[in-house]
Design a protein around this ligand. Structure first.
Ligand SMILES: Cn1cncc1C[C@H](NC(=O)CCN)C(=O)O
Ligand SMILES: [Zn+2]
Ligand SMILES: [Zn+2]
Length: 485
């Protein structure tokens, strides 16, 4: 609880009490939002319709709070197979426009990863189901819960007829899980309009490092995603009638993919580590202070052994060093059984997580050169094509920034503790885009617990995280307003 000396202590308590009393309504709203299958990953018309429905529902909710809401049309998306699909509109909403108050802009997304019960969900992924204080459902933590927590915070002030201490802007998209298609253009277009008055940007699209201890995030890795296609012809072969006389595309591809890393996870692409920011003594100390029980983390991940044995090494390799992951092979025989095919054309997929100060176009050249060299060594008559299909930049914040201090104070008020100061190994592409284009401070203020299972089966948000997270945003409004004065 806030200290009695704090000038807004009474208001904080009133808002928190409101939220405790109305928590079932907040959960009910999350249930309505989770019920929409707003999957942006599978490019099919039915799901795009669901995305449109999702954005309309959120727009309506914001209008109910008195916000002015625009739905920005982003046109359509051209898919590699020639199909075009409409892109769901982006919500740009605004509540309050008083010159004396700071303007805080919240970014969130309402699209989700695919999910079906057959994937191994214990409950229907689109029916929010509470078990032991855990609210299970696709999008519960990524990112519908946090978006609603922000809206809950706005709604509490309105319901109590209390003046909002900040001007609020909200940008909500529906294509994050597909790589934030067309969002950068929108941000550029709106730089001198919607974003001109923005002082601070808040994103809540990550998780804590712990079950109970809140965190602030000051960096995310980028990602360069590659496809490497090896083609002999456009049809499969029978291995009994062609096996032995062909350069097999799959053999080429497996060799290419196998050349990318060694068994210790070190990336073998020449030059790839050249631009990685050197480790300073100051940074080293930050890792020591983080409270992570490595054994528990390993056990709860159900992994026998990690590549590194100390907390510091593990965190550094997740946050401040690049990594290369192989994701899949399109065109490969991947069913059970013993089909004797030789695939005629296969596409390998891998990506490299980038860290400061790596650059996507430099990485693209290095990967091209490396794969061309490896391929040439095989004297294969097949055709190889490498392309970088996504180039997402890493992001790092200045933790001495005003709003990081405001967030720390809000965390102290709600949770009575200091946050873990952490980075995240995954990618929030829009963070760097906001930082570069709007040139205002970006804060990542996550609400979910480490075991929420984003993108996984049985994704959930704890009722406690959802409600305390709503309080956290309300407390944050008050702290930002106070610091801004
Ligand atoms: C779509 N995409 C392709 N490359 C990277 C991404 C973003 C994706 N983002 C998240 O998972 C956010 C987690 N809070 C990721 O990092 O894989
Ligand atoms: Zn997300
Ligand atoms: Zn996600």
């Amino acid at each position: 609880m806030s200290s009695p000396s704090s000038p807004h202590a009474g208001l904080v308590e009133k808002v928190f009490r409101y939220m405790d009393l109305h928590q079932d309504e907040f959960v009910q709203r999350l249930k309505e939002w989770v019920a929409i299958e707003s999957d942006s990953v599978q490019p099919v018309p039915r799901l795009r319709q669901e995305l449109f429905r999702m954005m309309a529902l959120a727009a309506e909710e914001l209008r109910r709070l008195g916000a002015s809401v625009d739905l920005e049309d982003l046109g359509s998306q051209q898919l590699p197979d020639g199909q075009t699909l409409p892109i769901p509109p982006v919500i740009l909403a605004e509540l309050g426009n008083e010159p004396g108050k700071p303007t805080v802009c919240f970014y969130g997304h309402l699209d989700v990863q695919p999910a079906t019960q057959a994937d191994g969900w214990l409950t229907d992924p689109y029916t929010l189901t509470e078990v032991d204080g855990k609210l299970y459902g696709r999008g519960a933590t990524d990112n519908k819960g946090p978006v609603l927590a922000w809206i809950n915070a706005m709604s509490a002030f309105r319901a109590l007829e209390e003046d909002l201490p900040v001007n609020i802007k909200v940008i909500i998209e529906g294509m994050e899980e597909a790589g934030s298609v067309a969002l950068e253009e929108l941000v550029k277009r709106e730089k001198d309009r919607f974003f001109s008055s923005v002082d601070y940007i808040v994103i809540s699209d990550n998780l804590w490092l712990s079950q109970r201890r809140p965190a602030l995030i000051y960096g995310t890795r980028g990602n360069s995603y590659f496809t490497v296609e090896v083609t002999c012809r456009d049809q499969d072969f029978h291995s009994g009638t062609f096996g032995g006389i062909l350069h097999e595309p799959m053999a080429d591809l497996v060799a290419l993919l196998g050349s990318l890393t060694d068994s210790a996870g070190h990336i073998l692409i020449p030059g790839i580590y050249d631009d990685v920011a050197p480790l300073t003594e100051e940074e080293k100390e930050l890792y020591g202070a983080i409270d992570l029980d490595l054994e528990e983390y390993r056990n709860s991940s159900r992994v026998k052994k990690f590549l590194f044995n100390t907390k510091e090494e593990i965190l550094m390799h997740l946050w401040r060093y690049p990594s290369l992951s192989i994701h899949g092979i399109e065109g490969a025989f991947d069913e059970p059984g013993t089909k004797t095919v030789i695939p005629g054309r296969v596409i390998g997929k891998f990506s490299i997580r980038l860290v400061p100060h790596m650059n996507t176009s430099v990485v693209e050249k290095q990967v091209q050169q490396h794969l061309q060299y490896i391929f040439s060594q095989r004297n294969s008559s097949n055709q190889m094509d490498v392309s970088m299909v996504l180039g997402l930049h890493p992001w790092i914040a200045d933790i001495k920034d005003h709003q990081y201090l405001a967030a720390k104070r809000a965390i102290k008020t709600v949770f009575g503790t200091e946050p873990d100061m952490i980075r995240d190994g995954s990618t929030i592409p829009i963070a760097k885009i906001f930082q570069d284009i709007i040139q205002k401070s970006v804060l990542m203020l996550p609400l979910g617990a480490v075991d929420d299972g984003e993108h996984s089966q049985n994704e959930k948000i704890n009722r406690w995280n959802y409600i305390e997270g709503s309080k956290l945003f309300a407390a944050f409004f008050l702290e930002v307003a106070q610091l801004h004065e």
